[in-house]
Design a protein around this ligand. Structure first.
Ligand code: NAG
Ligand code: NAG
Length: 483
């Protein structure tokens, strides 16, 4: 009893702010998925709802005589970076196959979003034998320009990894994405699902056989944008965990064991995957009672202990937001909140609780309360009453760091903007003309303040990997109604 009391006391100071808050989670879920339409590359379909966008990148891949059209621009620029894109796809897929039944009408939109990425990832993996394409668009040239994706005149350079220039990080993440997506489509399109899984196995084999960091061979084409700072071992564990989940092949488990454990992170993002792998693998320990997975459960719980508000590893803003790093902090909040709600589900299913230091008991509600607080904060329950989801609530970011959003739509003004002409729209104080509905930006600073300035990209830039992990927590709270 006393330990429970202590727990309630400990968290109450963080919860009072939001005690009555109930944003419209159904609307937020819908918008979080609509966002991906604003990031689309390739030929747009007739049912494109964000109608200020038009087709773009239609000859992507042509410099290598392959078709690499489609997929998503990763953030506010016009580059297709497969490393974060594959992570985005893995997280969207995990949200969808784990929580799809609670998504209602949004389930179909989630599948469409996943397929928009996996159609491209399949092409990247199969277009040229012995190569995995890992990106399109010269990021250094792109970042010197401010132009609509529809007008791009920068080099659409094609990047790849191969046995002589390996990239186990990007390959294993691609394998994870394809394997996770194969589970989403298993019931609805078994042929597509089998293709995804077969390709995932091949790409994983390549990742395992030819070890290396993709940053070593691609250097300034991926760094400092999406450098593999944490190396590739975390992706090998993560990729193998997904393959193991999708195939039940014990060889993947043996491979994971051969890695000899991993780091003890306090973060989870497009570069650092151990925490995700631990939570994913811990499902076997908890739900399937498989003793062989006990280690990953321990690791998952030790990760969560580092996240709880009393831990020295995680700072919280005065308004109660988890604060990990200044650059695009909300990516960490959405990804970690994903893991908290996922672990809470495993705990609830098995009536599991665990201990957090001095007789503090962590139960599923502990994790759900903390998650709700983070979700509500992002949706506007914060000291400055700012929703960090564009187009949601009465006050949201108006000057996001996003080329297509800040330039006049090609639909209205068909005259192309060249590389430098667009910067007049970057430097203006005016709000962006096009609303990227559902985009979650990098978020406030450590004092809960938000400047709403285009050039403060660490706060004002959205990213596919910020939104993707948010889908699951939103689906969870949306399906609980107003409770
Ligand atoms: C890959 O990167 C990690 C992290 O920077 C580093 O520790 C490791 O030695 C690198 N591996 C190779 C094979 O270069
Ligand atoms: C872009 O267009 C402007 C005129 O609007 C011109 O002065 C400039 O040279 C052009 N820049 C490039 C890179 O073509």
């Amino acid at each position: 009893m006393s330990s429970l009391f202590f727990l309630v006391f400990l968290f109450s100071s963080f919860l009072t702010l939001n005690v009555d808050a109930n944003p419209n989670y159904v609307e937020a879920l819908s918008k979080s998925l609509l966002f991906f339409q604003g990031q689309r590359s390739g030929p747009l379909p007739t049912d494109q709802q964000l109608s200020w966008r038009a087709s773009s990148g239609l000859s992507d891949g042509s410099s290598a005589n392959v078709d690499l059209t489609g997929a998503y621009y990763d953030a506010g620029d016009n580059v297709k970076f497969n490393f974060p894109m594959a992570f985005t796809t893995t997280m969207l897929s995990w949200s969808t196959f784990d929580y799809g039944e609670q998504m209602g009408l949004e389930l179909q939109n989630a599948r469409v979003n996943i397929r928009w990425a996996t159609d491209y990832l399949l092409k990247c993996a199969t277009a040229t034998p012995g190569k995995l394409y890992v990106g399109v668009g010269d990021p250094n040239a792109d970042h010197k320009c401010w132009e609509r994706p529809e007008d791009m005149d920068t080099p659409r350079t094609v990047y790849s990894v191969s046995p002589s220039n390996p990239g186990s990080d990007v390959a294993a993440e691609t394998a994870a994405a394809l394997a996770a997506a194969s589970m989403v489509f298993r019931e609805v399109d078994s042929e597509y699902s089998l293709l995804l899984l077969a390709t995932a196995k091949n790409v994983m084999e390549f990742a395992i056989k030819y070890r290396g960091n993709y940053s070593d061979s691609l250097s300034s084409s991926v760094c400092p944008f999406y450098c593999s700072y944490s190396g590739y071992k975390d992706e090998l564990m993560w990729g193998a965990a997904w393959l193991q989940k999708a195939t039940n092949d014990p060889n993947y488990k043996n491979f994971i064991e051969s890695l000899g454990g991993g780091d003890h992170p306090d973060i989870f993002n497009w570069d650092s995957k151990y925490a995700g792998a631990y939570v994913l693998l811990s499902q076997r320990a908890l739900v399937n009672k498989d003793i062989n997975y006990e280690l990953y459960k321990q690791e998952a719980e030790s990760f969560i202990r580092k996240i709880l508000p009393n831990s020295p590893s995680t700072h919280y803003t005065p308004g109660g937001l988890m604060y990990k790093l200044p650059q695009s902090n909300l990516q960490h909040v959405t990804a970690i909140t994903f893991l908290l709600t996922t672990y809470a589900k495993y705990m609830k299913a098995t009536q599991h609780i665990f201990n957090c230091g001095n007789s503090v008991i962590v139960n599923p509600d502990t994790l759900i309360s903390l998650s709700k607080q983070q979700v509500d904060y992002i949706l506007g329950e914060n000291p400055i009453k700012m929703s960090y989801m564009v187009g949601f609530g009465s006050r949201f970011p108006m000057r996001i760091h996003h080329r297509a959003s800040s330039l006049p739509s090609q639909v209205l003004l068909s005259k192309p903007f060249n590389c430098t002409e667009g910067f007049q729209f970057y430097h203006t104080q005016n709000p962006n003309p096009n609303i990227v509905t559902g985009a979650i930006v990098g978020g406030p600073d450590k004092n809960d303040e938000y400047p709403d300035k285009r050039d403060h990209y660490i706060h004002s830039e959205p990213g596919t990997y910020i939104n993707a992990p948010f889908v699951r927590p939103l689906a969870y709270f949306a399906s609980r109604g107003s409770a």
